[in-house]
Design a protein around this ligand. Structure first.
Ligand SMILES: NC(=O)c1ccc[n+]([C@@H]2O[C@H](COP(=O)([O-])OP(=O)(O)OC[C@H]3O[C@@H](n4cnc5c(N)ncnc54)[C@H](OP(=O)(O)O)[C@@H]3O)[C@@H](O)[C@H]2O)c1
Length: 336
């Protein structure tokens, strides 16, 4: 039973994974939350010239038990990618938990019942490097976001609690399968046709805004194709189980630096300026979902992806290439 379940197959990263698995001849199960999402995935595969014959679609929602046993039946590996990543963050800090944490537990329970051999969980740098005092050392696999600290949005909270719940359940069930976590920073890259993922909307905003006045917020970036490659390495490598792998192309950049890169590549002229923190704090207050980001202003951070490179042989594109490819893709992007 050499099959892989990819959860949330219609998503930006999951679609890349489904395409990569099919292209190398694997049989793939993909869960989608509704038939329209399945149609989006089929269209994306067709646009990439990928034969969908070895793909089976299953409908399952992260908030419901229904559908998960059927989706995982016959699979020996699971890539649990699905999780809410809303473009607009909710005001309620717990709003994303039923899908993020609850959904992760549902998928892991179903994997254990089905006798799956390995699960790779798409976690996030959000579960690693937030809520801490500023420090010079980059964050690594041993670090966990501190949910009592500053800068904790509903998304950071959901990804941290979901990954922690996964490791706890895995231990409590007696490690019925091998578990690996991948923790990417902001995932960008060439957008597929169809709706833009939240991370790409952020970059499109940087490209399009006529008067870029940006808060001093700091992000790492990584290309979606490299994140997919890291997942596939984590799915196969004998030394991957039990580890967390941070996926980052390199140095973190302030939003204004990110904007300068993509705008220069797209031939957009004009200055890009940073908002003074006091003004940014006032503006962030206007959006309850973004308000916690005030605690992150002018806070530099970095991430150490050495284990992915050294142990798994991962060789991602560099930051400049990632941003150039993303800008090119966004210029050409069509909504569907
Ligand atoms: N993009 C980033 O910058 C980034 C960085 C680090 C980690 N991650 C993680 O990477 C994973 C993929 O993110 P992405 O960037 O590819 O975002 P995305 O395109 O929004 O993908 C998220 C997927 O999860 C599905 N999903 C969301 N809520 C669901 C629910 N309640 N029930 C069933 N499915 C649900 C979505 O389904 P629909 O297509 O129907 O909406 C979509 O397929 C997520 O776990 C995210 O947290 C992303």
């Amino acid at each position: 039973m050499a099959r892989v379940l990819v959860t949330g197959g219609s998503g930006f990263l999951a679609g890349q994974l489904v395409a990569a698995l099919l292209a190398r001849g694997e049989a793939v199960h993909a869960s989608v939350r509704d038939p329209a999402a399945g149609a989006r995935l089929q269209a994306r595969l067709a646009a990439a010239g990928i034969d969908p014959q070895r793909l089976r679609l299953f409908t399952a929602r992260l908030e419901d038990d229904a559908g998960w046993d059927a989706a995982v039946a016959g699979c020996d590996r699971v890539l649990h990618v699905a999780s809410p990543f809303p473009a607009r963050l909710p005001r309620d800090p717990d709003a994303l938990l039923p899908a993020a944490r609850g959904g992760t537990l549902r998928v892991l329970h179903a994997a254990a019942r089905a006798g799956v051999r390995r699960v790779v969980l798409t976690s996030s740098f959000a579960a690693v490097g937030y809520g801490h005092p500023e420090r010079a050392a980059p964050f690594g696999a041993r670090d966990w976001s501190s949910l009592d600290g500053p800068g904790i949005t509903a998304y950071v909270r959901a990804k941290t609690l979901a990954e922690q719940a996964a490791w706890t359940l895995h231990a409590r069930l007696g490690q019925p399968f091998e578990l690996v976590a991948v923790n990417p920073v902001l995932i960008v890259g060439p957008p597929p046709p169809g709706p833009l993922a939240a991370s790409l909307r952020l970059v499109r905003g940087l490209l399009r805004t006529p008067l870029p006045l940006l808060p001093r917020l700091c992000y790492g970036v990584v290309d979606v194709r490299d994140v997919a490659d890291l997942h596939l390495r984590a799915l196969a490598h004998p030394q991957a189980p039990g580890r967390r792998f941070i996926a980052s192309a390199g140095e973190f950049l302030w939003l204004a630096q990110l904007a300068r890169h993509v705008r220069a590549h797209a031939g957009r002229r004009g200055p890009v300026r940073e908002l003074p923190d006091a003004l940014a704090r006032l503006l962030l207050r206007l959006d309850p979902g973004l308000r916690p980001l005030a605690g992150d202003l002018s806070r530099w951070r970095g991430a150490d992806s050495t284990p992915a490179r050294a142990l798994l042989g991962w060789q991602p594109r560099g930051v400049a290439q990632v941003l150039a490819d993303c800008a090119d893709g966004l210029i050409r992007w069509t909504p569907g």
